[in-house]
Design a protein around this ligand. Sequence first.
Ligand SMILES: [Zn+2]
Length: 249
Amino acid sequence: MPPVVRKLRVQVALASRSLSIGGHDDFNQGQVSARIPGADFMLIKGALKGFDECTPEDVIVASLDPKAPAPPLAPPELPLHQAVYEARPDVHGVVHSHAPHTLVFGATDLPLRPVSHEGAYFEDRIDRFTMTSNTILDMTTARGVADALGDDPAVLLRNHGGVIVGKSVRHATVHAHTLERACRLQLIAERVPGGYHTSTPEDVLAKREFIYGDLAVRSYWAHSVGRVRRTWPETAQWARFERADAPQS
Ligand SMILES: [Zn+2]
């Protein structure tokens, strides 16, 4: 396994744990994946593991090609990830979860407004996928999700959850947290008698550039990894999975 892939495998496991801290767990689980640079493969959290228990050993390699046989431990929603990578060459990380506020917000017809910094990131670039609210199990449905995603950073799956993408698995994970908080804060604001104000278009653009620029996202990822390490101190040992002489499974 090349060094870049070993490192990416640890990142997918860290992303899983971070999503758990952010409240993305449920019995039905979700997935996080990373495209392997220059290859027709991805790394994805395997089936049967929750975000809260995923280790680098639970991250499996799967083909980007939907016609290739799926690995035995591939999650049932693998086609969702394959369709997004197929449609979006710029995307190198995908999160799909059933996070509660994202899910409830997706069940409404409300436009996502810039109530908070987080809402500013997504305003006017997040649609709803309404073809089905069921699990995404086949490529026809999965390509429908990719169509609804378009060039956006995320799409809401009505009565199901969210799909958040990024140019790296770190970006996708940070923005999965961003979306969950954006939805939560707007759902709170919607209940306030008398309505609420939102950021101006100028502020929205400024926030995207400064608060969600690459430098900032890097620091948010570092913060997320720090929280994972504080929550599960044993994850500090995962650096061994990045070494070539470590047992690789
Ligand atoms: Zn799902």
